[in-house]
Design a protein around this ligand. Structure first.
Ligand code: ADP
Length: 359
């Protein structure tokens, strides 16, 4: 089994309360828990529309004995893009190869992989919005013609030869679809947009993972965990492991509702599934920027995170939870954010309304 994306930081320092849910950064224990990863479409919970369509495309490709069309996966970290790519490979009975765009530094890095793919291999490139232009150009021809353009020699005697490669399926994943060039987007035949998981699907994931980890979870405890994990399977699996620790230390034979309630309090996760850092973001927009609008870069500096982390990880969930909105002039908090933090808007007015922006 190949290790997932060796280029992503495996930062154990994030296991403190503030960063523990940070699903964009797989922790060492996520890597260990490969057993939790669904292996088939049947085991892959939620995302029903995506699964139904893919199932048709996979069956059709198998019947024609062809490789599956290239697949573009869009969505926040931890929602199952890598998992789904692996599932597709399993369903096709094909080999699976993984890399990420930052690991492809030179054309030879890509050529090294593509010249070794076997027929119908599913080749997964994470963070595809970060491909270098020279690599992207090489990929165009590989995706379209299953050939590689290779330059031999240097200077005036240099010439390009075309090397045939096996038909393969590229799966490109991104958190930032807007940053992927349109020629590349145009070469994907299938696009899947992931949404945050519904509570019922999250509960099903808790139960499945608990079964694999050989841990008992009470129904009400599973429901609360499912609601507190920002609709993200990677987060719910991490929370489940932490609750298993709490239950074990308390000498409880199963994860009960009081264990989860107490555990979430200790991890500073509130009923909306927000971490301390999420609440700090809201508080900073309210207290320093009078509710907004505030630009992403200014906000990122204020919270001590990169713009990428703000936009890829924190914002999508805060937006989905109805706590902030993106407007052309920056981010604004909504009335719900004031309510959630139990703060009063200054002058009795909310920034977005003062500025005449949408709410
Ligand atoms: P991404 O590539 O989008 O960052 P991953 O594919 O690495 O996310 O998923 C993170 C973890 O969440 C996986 O290891 C897997 O255990 C779990 N997971 C993801 N999607 C599902 C799903 N649909 N059903 C059950 N577990 C899932």
């Amino acid at each position: 089994m190949k290790k997932k994306d060796s280029n992503k930081p495996n930062d154990e320092t994030l296991s403190g309360p503030t960063g523990m849910l940070h699903p964009e950064k797989p922790l060492a224990e996520d890597e260990k828990d490969l057993s939790l990863r669904p292996r088939s479409l049947k085991e892959f919970m939620g995302q029903t529309q995506i699964k139904e369509n893919l199932s048709v495309f996979i069956t059709a490709a198998r019947e024609r004995n062809e490789s599956l069309d290239h697949l573009f996966l869009i969505g926040p970290p931890g929602l199952g893009k890598t998992t789904l790519a692996q599932v597709v490979a399993n369903e096709l009975g094909a080999e699976f190869k993984v890399t990420s765009a930052p690991a492809l530094d030179k054309p030879k890095d890509l050529a090294g992989i593509l010249t070794t793919v076997t027929e119908k291999t599913v080749f997964f490139i994470d963070e595809i919005h970060r491909l270098k232009p020279a690599i992207e150009e090489m990929l165009y021809i590989a995706m379209e013609d299953y050939e590689l353009d290779w330059i031999i020699g240097q200077g005036p005697s240099a010439r390009t030869i075309r090397i045939p490669i096996q038909p393969f399926t590229l799966v490109g994943a991104t958190t930032k679809a807007g940053n992927v060039s349109s020629p590349l987007v145009g070469r994907f035949g299938i696009t899947c947009r992931f949404s945050f998981y519904e509570a019922a699907d999250m509960e099903a994931i808790v139960r499945r993972s608990a079964g694999i980890l050989n841990t008992k979870v009470d129904n009400d405890a599973a429901a609360l965990l499912a609601r507190s994990a920002r609709g993200t399977p990677r987060v719910v699996n991490r929370l489940l492991r932490r609750m298993r620790d709490f239950a074990q230390i308390k000498g409880e034979p199963s994860i009960t509702l009081p264990v989860v309630e107490d555990g979430l309090r200790r991890l500073e996760i509130d009923p909306l599934g927000l971490e301390k850092h999420d609440r700090e973001i809201l508080r900073i927009i309210i207290e320093r920027y009078n509710g907004g609008p505030v630009g992403a870069e200014t906000l990122a500096i204020s919270i001590g995170e990169s713009v990428d982390t703000l936009e890829d990880y924190y914002e999508p969930y805060l937006i989905q939870a109805g706590l902030i909105q993106r407007t052309p002039r920056g981010r604004v908090v909504t009335a719900m954010a004031y309510e959630h933090l139990k703060l009063e808007p200054r002058n009795g007015k909310i920034a977005g309304q003062v500025e005449g922006l949408l709410f």
